[in-house]
Design a binder for this molecule. Structure first.
Ligand code: PLP
Length: 377
């Protein structure tokens, strides 16, 4: 599966659809884009911790294959909608496995305080499962968990898998119901910069499948659909952001600052959760990297620093700075802060380029604005 929140537009979803993936969406809007990209509802799962009535109806009307119920409250809402519409749907229930990970606190999702899912230790969780199992309009196929993002110690995923297999076994025995699905979420770490070691996910996941098959056999589980839904690890290394250098400045402390024609409006990750990027000068690839710089954006926030420290060849105005491994959660988190235009997205292969998203125009900025007329208020 692919978590579309990492990076989604008609082009990339159309491309990934060629690989017969299933797509994880967390809003009506993400579902809309996926459907428009040609993905069938049968290949979309609907997640999210606060699905509105309108969103649930949209998902049901578009035959989204699985709704991942996140809370008791959401269960009641879904039940009401299904009764009103005289419809049935298949679901998974999101369980918080209550597992500590070592990733940044903003991207942890399985701590006791997490806003996502139902905690595995909460006595109420089993009561809700019972209600869902008894509901004639809901086919509960199994469980879902997601422990966080940028998790580099892969042992955490093994621990999660074990917790979720044991949990499924416990529920199976208690309610005499077999489950066919187990979704372990995404969150696999990936190389963030040139200093980072990359993870051998292919090797790990092959091992995880063997580990899981063994667990399923030992626990007498009839799970036939084991899935993961990565976003970052699929897309991050495929994308770079190309900036043009403008001013440079030396502050009283530290090394020279170079400013680029973007910043937190196209990549909020460094200031949001401390992402650390590498960069190269695309127009000076062969020059010796003998200077250390800090890279700042042009947005009016002191926190708008893209890279704290990077070694580059001597930088001059109009140089092209390529920030590497920046395909995930950059464009998808972008904004028009300071009214900066969102850049174009271009795919490149074998020397050919394909425009996937056009650069915004000034007119795009005010397209939906209504003009104030004297006397309106
Ligand atoms: N699945 C769920 C439920 C998520 O919340 C997320 C991201 O937050 C993902 C999958 C994708 O995570 P990542 O991009 O780290 O693989």
């Amino acid at each position: 599966m692919y978590a579309t929140k990492a990076f989604s537009n008609l082009y990339v979803l159309g491309l990934l659809n060629e690989y017969k993936l299933v797509f994880d969406c967390v809003s009506k809007e993400e579902i809309f884009v996926a459907l428009k990209a040609g993905i069938k509802g049968a290949n979309i799962h609907f997640h999210g911790n606060n699905k509105t009535k309108e969103e649930l109806i949209y998902a049901i009307d578009n035959d989204i294959s699985l709704i991942i119920i996140d809370s008791e409250d959401e269960y009641y809402l879904l039940d009401k909608i299904l009764k009103e519409k005289k419809k049935k749907t298949s679901c998974l229930l999101r369980i918080n496995p209550d597992e500590k990970t070592d990733t940044h606190k903003f991207i942890q999702t399985s701590n006791a305080d997490s806003k996502f899912g139902l905690n595995i230790r909460d006595e109420n969780t089993e009561k809700i499962i019972e209600k869902i199992i008894e509901n004639p309009n809901i086919n509960l196929l199994g469980f879902h968990a997601h422990i966080g993002s940028k998790v580099k110690n892969l042992e955490f995923f093994k621990e999660e898998a074990k917790i979720m297999a044991d949990f499924t076994k416990n529920i199976q025995d208690k309610f005499k119901k077999c489950f066919s699905h187990l979704n372990l979420g995404g969150g696999f770490g990936t190389r963030e910069n040139l200093q980072d070691e990359d993870l051998d996910l292919e090797k790990f996941l092959k091992g995880l499948i063997v580990f899981m098959e063994d667990l399923f056999e030992k626990n007498k589980l009839s799970i036939t659909n084991l899935s993961i839904e990565p976003g970052r690890s699929l897309i991050s290394k495929a994308g770079s952001i190309l900036y043009r250098v403008g001013s440079t400045k030396v502050t009283m402390e530290g090394y020279p600052l170079i400013f680029v024609d973007g910043g937190i409006s196209d990549n909020i990750r460094p200031s949001l959760y401390g992402a650390r990027y590498s960069a190269i000068l695309a127009n000076k690839l062969d020059n010796e990297k003998n200077q250390t710089y800090r890279v700042g954006g042009k947005l009016c926030e002191s926190g708008d620093i893209l890279i704290e420290k990077v070694k580059l060849a001597k930088v001059e105005r109009d140089d092209l700075l390529l920030v590497l491994f920046a395909g995930a959660y950059t464009y998808s988190m972008s904004s028009n802060y300071n009214k900066l235009l969102k850049p174009a997205v271009v795919f490149v292969e074998d020397g050919k380029d394909y425009c996937a998203v056009k650069r915004q125009s000034l007119e795009d900025l005010i397209k939906r604005d209504l003009k104030y007329k004297k006397g309106d208020q």
